[in-house]
Design a protein around this ligand. Structure first.
Ligand code: SAH
Length: 325
């Protein structure tokens, strides 16, 4: 789809007081956004943890390999990643798992053609899925989702439980009403499906994202454009729309699995050995010491990604207790 075509379509659709729910606005905007670009890095709109440093994906790979080793090394275990972005996390995790003697098949759930292209370059042997329904039904699954759930659409309700809607007024997109609560039905459905699969097939799921514990905190819908916050109701489909992840709700949607966390990302990375890994990398490449230390800080300091980002795991009842929690 051509750039800005979604905006034109929505303007026509929402003329003369017509409305769509916020959840549909967000879903349409994001599917256009991800389908038409690679949004990551300095020249894009935002930077994610695996794009900051190889250490992030490596520690996730070690977490998966460790769990697999202590759970009897099942031969048919498979790596699954939801929304793999550029494939950077997967490439780093796969390298680390291989070092630990674990070389699983790789499955990616990804809807964006632009990002699938980037992923095939980094992880040529992967198998792609449009959604979770076609993932393997047999064999343990070791599932990773980093900054996936924040991209799933949210429903916003006012104090009377009425769904908030978007319309066009005086040429601008506007949301009508005051947000009291926010839910993400798609996120809850994905969490429930992941838990059902892990409970039945074995394995674990590691969910990393920014978000909160406890009940809804109201409006968390935000837009990011060229590394700065922007108006979510401007230029739909041209900026990244996200909402904070409600971790308590995700955990409550998961049945039949052991729940670990959520814990702050900084605490989890430190428990997984981030300082040790950073020191080893700096020893191997002394000229990069400052850059490695800056990346470590950005990933784990509470003022950076260390506290807002959280880590939640589901694991199969028969499997070993996950590390890092
Ligand atoms: N995990 C990556 C990318 C995060 S961005 C990283 O950490 O860098 C969100 C990712 O989820 C993108 O790959 C995007 O294309 C994908 N995505 C967003 N909505 C999706 C959906 N409904 N189904 C499948 N993939 C989706």
């Amino acid at each position: 789809m051509r750039r800005y075509q979604l905006e034109e379509t929505l303007r026509r659709l929402l003329a003369r007081g017509r409305t769509i729910p916020v959840i549909e606005y967000m879903a349409e905007a994001n599917s256009h956004y991800y389908a038409t670009r690679d949004p990551f890095g300095a020249s894009g709109d935002f930077t994610t943890a695996p794009e900051i440093s190889q250490m992030f994906g490596e520690l996730i790979g070690l977490w998966l390999a460790d769990l697999w080793l202590r759970s009897g090394r099942p031969r048919d275990a498979q790596y699954v990643e939801l929304g793999p972005g550029r494939g950077t996390l997967a490439a780093d995790a796969i390298r680390a798992m291989k070092g630990a003697g674990f070389a699983p098949d790789v499955h990616f759930v990804e809807t964006s053609p632009a990002l699938r292209k980037a992923q095939v370059e980094r992880v040529p042997g992967a198998i792609w899925h449009d959604d979770l329904s076609t993932l393997p039904d047999e064999g343990p699954l070791l599932i990773v989702a980093n900054e996936f759930f924040d991209a799933l659409p949210v429903r916003q309700l006012d104090v009377l439980g009425r769904e908030l809607k978007v319309t066009v007024e005086n040429g601008r997109f506007v949301r009508k009403g005051e947000v009291e609560t926010e839910t993400s039905p798609a996120s809850l459905a994905v969490a429930a499906d992941l838990a059902r699969r892990v409970a039945r097939q074995g394995g674990a799921a590691l969910i990393v994202d920014y978000g909160y514990e406890g009940p809804s905190r109201g409006d968390t819908l935000q837009a990011v454009f060229r590394h700065a916050y922007a108006d979510p109701f401007e230029a739909p489909g041209e900026r990244d729309l996200t909402a904070h992840v409600g971790f308590t709700a995700l955990a409550a949607a998961a049945e039949g699995v052991r729940i670990s966390g959520p814990v702050p990302q900084g605490a989890w990375l430190d428990a997984m050995g981030l300082p040790v890994r950073a020191a080893a990398l700096a020893r191997a490449a002394p000229a990069r010491t400052e850059e490695i230390e800056a990346a470590r800080h950005r990933l784990s300091a509470p003022s950076q990604m260390g506290r807002l980002f959280k880590v939640l795991a589901f694991s199969a009842p028969g499997w070993a207790e996950p590390a890092g929690f």
